[in-house]
Ligand binder design. Sequence first.
Ligand SMILES: NC(=O)c1ccc[n+]([C@@H]2O[C@H](COP(=O)([O-])OP(=O)(O)OC[C@H]3O[C@@H](n4cnc5c(N)ncnc54)[C@H](OP(=O)(O)O)[C@@H]3O)[C@@H](O)[C@H]2O)c1
Length: 379
Amino acid sequence: MSYDFVLLGATGFTGGLTAAHLSTHAPAGGRWAIAGRDRAKLETVASRLADSGGSAPAIEVVDVTDAAALRKVAESTKVLATTVGPYAQHGAPVVAACAEAGTAYCDLTGEPEFVDRMWLEHHETAERTGARLVHACGFDSIPHDIGVLHTVRQLPSDVPITVRGYVQASADVSAGTYHSALGAFAQFRSSQTAAKERRRREGRPAGRRVRGLSQRPGRGESGTGWALPLPTLDPQVVLRSARALPSYGPDFSYGHYVQFTRLPVAVGAAIGVGALVAGAQVPPVRKALLRVKTAGEGPSEAKRARSWFRVRFEAEADGRRLVTEAAGGDPGYTETARMLGESTLALAYDDLPDTAGQVTTAVAMGDALLARLPYFRTL
Ligand SMILES: NC(=O)c1ccc[n+]([C@@H]2O[C@H](COP(=O)([O-])OP(=O)(O)OC[C@H]3O[C@@H](n4cnc5c(N)ncnc54)[C@H](OP(=O)(O)O)[C@@H]3O)[C@@H](O)[C@H]2O)c1
């Protein structure tokens, strides 16, 4: 095998930041490559990494529309990390190549339909080949998935557990994220179909109950401010981890909310997201909305330096109350690059549980990420 890990998409905004993280955090002697469709752009990224004193990667030229070339790259590495998005548009062939080659895969998707479709199409193959397919290794969904794991670890595993996660963040989005979100809003109907088919085929844990909490707006963390339900990929990932891990107890429930201090801000945010979802359903409006940001663009270093996130987890277990948090800097890019970079390194070098198929971050590498990421604490 030529490489310990390959990063596909290194010429993009988030891929460039992830490449920088990997080049300064990979172990000495680590064998790695950056991959993408444009050799000249990849050479620019590689020489920027070498100039800033990090380890310089090899280069692999591959377009995700070329299945044979992708398969060759997947066979050449232990781990393939990809930031080529929107994943609904570009991601499936990369997952297919890794599932077939038995290669560990990680990405930054926050698109629920993509994750469900990949489970339907590649989970069984990956279970057979031994590939670990780990989606959502960025702000979607590591702070939430690993934050809940960190919380549950401190509670008894033989009583019902309820956890509520309250998310607050101040940050800007890149073109890639904005385009992915609009794509996901536009696919609302087919997304429901994929989720339903997955529910029909996927087993449930015997003798244990795992549920999502009510999706109603209400008072926020510790009864302060306002909380709106956040129907992103994150609560789905948390509940999947709970189904897979008996340590979440016999009856586990989770609610996921965005926290606002003032009611008018909460109402304004709900109206803003509603308008984007409605606009994304109408093709000419969607086209105009897509033109607002150009691929490759993202928030400046100064803007990222001022950005932050905080997720507060309030847990109850048999009368015992526990509050924990996951907090860090710019969620969308600086921290996401660190999260994907550390997930890649964990998959390449750490001693991980023996898993295969589509698995969540908590299942694939929960302990490794708790040790590698500095976000989690008990209050
Ligand atoms: N979940 C999270 O927390 C989170 C956070 C940040 C980003 N993301 C996701 O990450 C993805 C990337 O975002 P971004 O802002 O980095 O986007 P971006 O700057 O537009 O980068 C896209 C990358 O994909 C590459 N690409 C496009 N088509 C390709 C093809 N046919 N073959 C090979 N490579 C191809 C581009 O290569 P060229 O340079 O050759 O065009 C570029 O490297 C998005 O889906 C975004 O939603 C998620």
